[in-house]
Design a protein around this ligand. Structure first.
Ligand code: COA
Length: 296
């Protein structure tokens, strides 16, 4: 007998689970299935700083995920929203987002949406804010002749409070715990004037190589001064940074250093929008690169 040309695959029920209990290898396989660069260690880092849900099929395979990160009592970011390609457009993403939104009631929300996800977030009331340029590549031509006005030096644990304060001024809310955790995993350079930290850049292992973020400075010149040593440290190696800047000297330096725009995502918010995109007063700190798309 000839096999039939059609095979009916039954719809199956999905169960909700806690990302904290999920198998790390399966989470890693899920993000690989949508072409994301996260390593198992990157998932683990995110589980330590946030929470989330997974949808599993009847034999325990993870098919979808969503995570959220309380950055301060008034703000959370959402990320790692993934549905396995073979199950997309069947409502799973929306289902997991409903869990996130229930847990986050009353909190202002921010996320960075891929093109595939924008319709989902728009339907939930998220408003577009600003484009993020995902810049990455093999770092080349480290800048040699930058003007550095102040003292540039590696950061130590003693600098964490000053960095957290500067980041809070730029990001709009204080995310002290996250900054402390990032310090444990990162190498940092800071620019000091009159003994005061005026700009800094952290860099840590992530995905295919290293990521520089956050970078906080009040102008392009200072942002360039603190990113330059990271570019030098990683010459010939894969480096990434996610920035809201498309033009200007900082953006130019990034692209000239081999970190071309690979993709863009759209920062969206629900609730109160943060002040960090406002042009601000002179000398106000600005986020030049994100910690990551997931953490903002
Ligand atoms: C974005 C994503 C999580 C959506 O998951 P999903 O389980 O397919 O979502 P749902 O089935 O609940 O769909 C929600 C809405 O998005 C739409 N949608 C889903 N995938 C889409 C796609 N690839 N392109 C355009 N719209 C899409 C659905 O049609 C639905 O809209 P509708 O209610 O108006 O019909 C999934 O496509 C995915 O994992 N993509 C790759 C990873 C990614 O980009 N994640 C988003 C990070 S911000």
């Amino acid at each position: 007998m000839m096999p039939s040309e059609k095979l009916q695959i039954d719809a199956f029920a999905m169960e909700i689970g806690d990302v904290a209990d999920a198998d790390l290898g399966q989470l890693h396989a899920l993000s690989i299935s949508v072409g994301w660069p996260h390593r198992a260690e990157d998932w683990q880092f995110l589980r330590e700083v946030g929470k989330g849900v997974v949808a599993t099929d009847e034999i325990g395979r993870i098919m979808s995920s969503a995570m959220w990160f309380s950055q301060s009592p008034e703000l959370a970011t959402i990320g790692m929203v993934i549905t396995s390609p073979r199950l997309q457009t069947q409502g799973t993403g929306l289902w997991l987002m409903e869990y996130a939104l229930k847990d986050l009631a009353g909190v202002n929300l921010r996320l960075n949406a891929t093109r595939a996800a924008q319709r989902l977030y728009l339907s939930l009331g998220f408003k577009p804010e600003k484009k993020v340029y995902q810049c990455q590549g093999v770092a080349t031509h480290p800048p040699a002749d930058l003007t550095v006005s102040g003292e540039l030096r590696p950061l130590t644990d003693a600098d964490v409070d000053a960095a957290a304060r500067l980041d809070a001024g730029a990001f709009g809310v204080a995310r002290t715990e996250l900054m402390a955790k990032l310090f444990q995993h990162s190498r940092g350079y800071g620019l000091f004037r009159d003994g005061r930290l005026v700009a800094f850049a952290l860099c840590r292992r992530f995905g295919r190589g290293h990521v520089v973020g956050p970078i906080v400075a009040s102008n392009d010149e200072d942002a360039m001064a603190v990113v330059a040593p990271h570019i030098r440290d990683h010459e010939g190696r894969f480096l990434r940074l996610d920035t809201h800047f498309e033009t200007g000297d900082f953006a130019l330096l990034v692209v000239r250093s081999g970190l071309a725009v690979f993709d863009t995502v759209l920062t969206m918010s629900l609730g109160k929008s943060l002040a960090d995109f406002a042009s601000g007063e002179a000398d106000a700190p600005i986020t030049y690169s994100l910690v990551s798309q997931t953490l903002g």
